[in-house]
Write a protein that binds this ligand. Structure first.
Ligand code: T3D
Length: 263
């Protein structure tokens, strides 16, 4: 399938989805939402894909909703933003979070509005040193969406979450790292190569087991201690039946590098 607003490719087990409306800082219009959804469906249905890498083209990662689609004349009917969230943003965030494979986000530039929260639904966030994060919603009278109000207090604590979302100030990549919002900051010129190297490395790992690790960590945010112990037992049972576990142990005993298949 050919796309107008995204670049999408699959190579060596890595699906790369690049938002591609650089003139509008990769803000989302309806077509881009639809194309991202299609690409993610391909990822979900492919046995070949073992890692998803999400990034953006140009000087921005993503500036959230395309506001030119929201410019309403006084007196004209206002769009139902709840519908937009239900149709587009919530399914996107759910899909990224629930994919049973590692999702890497390479934040190549400014990330604002929903664009600042999409990375938080990914598993490993690398940011270019020049990148920044802006909870821009308050600047236009909205509330943070794309699970920002869920992720931010958990990642940076309530005090910083409130400052970020009520003030809408720009947070540098370095500060985001220091606050525990992202995994790593790399030099701009190295972002793409480092993200691809990380993706390729992860694509050779025991994918099924990695998916179970995601599941257990996600559940831990809401589970009690006892519930989490029970879940660990259940998921370890599943992991212990995988071919990759058999291979991992055999390779260890034979003192060789394991050749994981992802299941
Ligand atoms: O509506 C719903 O469905 C509900 C869901 C909402 C989710 C949301 O994301 S709401 C929040 C929407 N996003 C924003 O409020 C951010 C708007 N953008 C900015 O504040 C700034 O552009 C940035 C801080 C991100 C970057 O600033 P700067 O100075 O580096 O760049 P710029 O000059 O503002 O932008 C460059 C171009 O991109 C410019 O176009 P031009 O003048 O060169 O033709 C600008 O209009 C365009 N652009 C940037 N963001 C958006 C956008 N065009 C449309 N929509 C945007 N969100």
């Amino acid at each position: 399938m050919s796309y107008q607003h995204i670049l999408f490719s699959i190579e060596a087990g890595v699906a790369t989805l690049c938002l591609n409306r650089p003139e509008q800082l990769n803000s989302f219009n309806t077509l881009m939402h639809q194309e991202v959804r299609e690409a993610l469906k391909t990822v979900q249905n492919s046995a070949e894909v073992r890692v998803l890498l999400l990034t953006g083209e140009g000087r921005g990662f993503c500036a959230g909703q395309d506001l030119s689609d929201r410019n309403v004349a006084p007196g004209a009917e206002m769009p139902d933003l709840g519908l937009s969230i239900e149709r587009f943003y919530n399914p996107l965030i759910r899909t990224l979070r629930e994919l049973p494979i590692p999702v890497i986000c390479a934040v190549n530039g400014v990330a604002a509005g929903a664009g600042a929260n999409i990375p938080l639904a990914c598993d490993l966030v690398l940011a270019a040193r020049s990148a920044s994060f802006i909870q821009a919603f308050c600047r236009i009278g909205l509330i943070p969406d794309s699970a920002g109000t869920w992720a931010l207090p958990r990642l940076v604590g309530m005090a910083r979450a409130k400052a970020l979302t009520l003030l809408g100030e720009r947070l540098s990549a370095e500060q985001a790292l220091e606050w525990g919002l992202i995994y790593k900051v790399v030099d701009d010129a190295e972002l793409r190569d480092q993200a691809i190297a990380l993706a390729r490395q992860l694509a050779t790992q025991p994918t099924y087991g990695l998916g179970l690790i995601k599941r257990s960590l996600h559940a831990s945010l809401d589970n009690s201690f006892e519930e989490q112990l029970t879940l660990e037992r259940d998921l370890q049972r599943l992991a212990g039946r995988s071919e990759d576990y058999r291979e991992g142990v055999a390779a260890f005993m034979e003192k060789r590098t394991p050749a994981f298949k992802g299941y």
